[in-house]
Write a protein that binds this ligand. Structure first.
Ligand SMILES: C[S@@+](CC[C@H](N)C(=O)[O-])C[C@H]1O[C@@H](n2cnc3c(N)ncnc32)[C@H](O)[C@@H]1O
Length: 511
């Protein structure tokens, strides 16, 4: 497919409108700081997104950081028009969205502290891939960080196998809806009928079926049927990045490494024998990696890979992890389970950590500075934490919990969030616009909002800071959530309270 055809393809079947919290510039800045960099503060940074599609990732960030500057480019004019509409609805003047081929980016755009290229690198011709790396090398500021995600081998071989079969299966169809239906049918058929049923091939197909089941229709089309889909070996990607003048910083999901089933001594041996990049490559071999989210910085940046934790003092810490433990369970040696708003669990029997998580959960989604957290934990335990206890808490947060599935989040900056709905609750205009259209909703912590009750989305557009609780309840009573509920006013009052509390907790409300 030519680049001109790619634009048409995306015009016809726009990519799902999603934000990716891994691409949050503050997250990149935190990781940069951990590895000894001095990234620009997100509050006043410049961000470039290559292949920004309909702006669902970039525009919410622009709303959250009004002093920062954002530029998004995409080949597809239809998607750029959508992105501009979203930015206009949110009244933003700090985001520039251009229909542009990334090969035409020039020095007039200036340099950027953060560059995002998500879901782009593997779906473009090789010549454009090298341009992505060139853009990162030339347009990153001296302490700038680039995020590039891509399909990786060896897992990519399995997806390519399915892609080959899917392309054959839909060869006579050109209606996108039919194609999607046929593809889903094919994988169901293969996973159910592959022989021998308990052999490795059938196992692989069943695993692919699970992957496909989680993909949206357009995601599926783009992943399996686009002309270009080019997984790479990690070390080849890094070789090309280095040739462009960049170096490997870390994987944005680097804490996930803790979950790999690789013994620490094997990991250490791999690092000693093969270095940072080589050992990462072997880890991909071991876990069948199919996708990577890699952070790069300029070649000349001095990195310190000893993540000792000293820098934690400068971080804000947040956690949504709650427990049902009694106060005495928290301060004793009792094991307590904490579960985040995203359903991730962690356990601990250490009083300082248990009290720290409880303290953080009470002010979530706001984060607090680490020293302030230590002080509050001390107050709750009725004594000042000793130096050893502070060090242990820092170690726990870094080693066991840091970013591990978001049990603890580290931030350097945060937007204005509230953890309690006010008298006239206010949600971001971006989220309201998305809710009005039934699109996926992005929170102010840059995550996709999960709403346990679909009726909740109907309340969101009304949260413009001008409607009081009784007006919102009135709106619900008028049947906006469906006639069946009209009669039960108590249930609706309850629904409103639950809805607003949930919105506050997942970061949809502003002060
Ligand atoms: C798979 S989509 C990913 C969109 C978005 N980044 C995301 O992950 O949701 C790839 C996007 O890159 C755009 N694209 C492809 N080639 C491009 C190029 N040469 N210059 C600018 N954008 C390009 C496409 O139009 C499309 O919107």
């Amino acid at each position: 497919m030519q680049q001109a055809d790619i634009a048409t393809f995306y015009d016809q079947i726009p990519y799902p409108r999603l934000a990716y919290h891994y691409t949050h510039p503050d997250r990149m800045a935190v990781l940069g700081r951990l590895f000894g960099m001095h990234p620009q503060s997100v509050e006043r940074c410049r961000v470039l997104e290559l292949g920004c599609a309909a702006g669902a990732n970039l525009v919410p960030l622009a709303y959250t950081f009004p002093q920062a500057e954002f530029v998004g480019i995409d080949l597809s004019s239809a998607q750029i028009a959508d992105a501009r509409a979203l930015a206009n609805a949110a009244g933003l003047n700090n985001v520039r969205l251009e229909q542009l081929d990334l090969r035409d980016l020039d020095g007039t755009f200036g340099t950027f502290d953060f560059i995002i290229a998500h879901g782009l690198y593997s779906w473009i011709p090789e010549s454009v891939q090298s341009k992505v790396l060139d853009v990162c090398a030339k347009m990153l500021s001296p302490q700038g960080i680039a995020y590039v995600s891509y399909n990786a081998f060896p897992g990519g071989h399995l997806r390519r196998m399915l892609r080959g079969m899917a392309m054959y299966h839909v060869r006579d169809t050109d209606n996108p809806r039919e194609i999607v239906g046929q593809m889903r049918g094919l994988i169901e058929f293969l996973a159910a009928m592959a022989t021998p049923a308990d052999g490795p091939y059938a196992l692989v197909l069943r695993d692919l079926k699970r992957t496909v089941a989680q993909m949206s229709d357009s995601g599926l089309m783009h992943e399996f049927l686009e002309a270009d889909n080019r997984p790479v070996l990690f070390h080849d990607f890094i070789r090309d990045a280095e040739a462009a003048g960049l170096q490997y910083l870390t994987e944005v999901t680097f804490a996930d490494r803790a979950e790999l089933n690789v013994a620490p001594d094997v990991l250490q041996q791999l690092r000693q024998q093969h270095g940072e990049v080589g050992s990462e490559q072997y880890l991909d071999f071991l876990n069948g990696q199919s996708f990577r989210r890699t952070l790069l910085c300029r070649r000349e940046v001095a990195l310190d890979r000893d993540v000792s934790g000293l820098q934690v003092e400068g971080f804000l810490v947040a956690s949504s992890a709650q427990s049902t433990a009694s106060p005495s369970d928290l301060t004793s040696g009792q094991v307590v389970r904490f579960t985040t708003v995203h359903g991730v669990s962690a356990t601990s029997n250490r009083p300082a950590l248990k009290v720290a998580l409880t303290t953080l959960s009470e002010c979530y989604p706001q984060a607090i500075p680490f020293p302030q957290l230590c002080q509050r934990v001390g107050e709750r335990l009725g004594r000042t934490l000793t130096g050893d206890e502070v060090a242990a808490l820092r170690g726990e947060m870094l080693g066991r919990f840091i970013m591990e599935k978001e049990v603890v989040e580290f931030r350097l900056n945060q937007s204005v969030l509230t953890h309690q709905a006010g008298v006239q609750p206010l949600a971001s205009p971006v989220a309201r616009y998305q809710a009005e259209r039934g699109w996926p909703i992005v929170t102010l912590t840059h995550k996709m909002a999960s709403l346990p009750d679909p009726r909740m989305a109907k309340v969101l557009p009304l949260l413009d800071g001008e409607h009081a609780w009784d007006q919102l309840a009135e709106f619900l009573f008028r049947g906006a959530v469906g006639d069946a509920e009209k009669a039960d006013s108590e249930q609706l009052q309850g629904l409103l309270g639950t809805t607003l509390a949930h919105f506050a907790r997942i970061g949809l409300l502003i002060w």
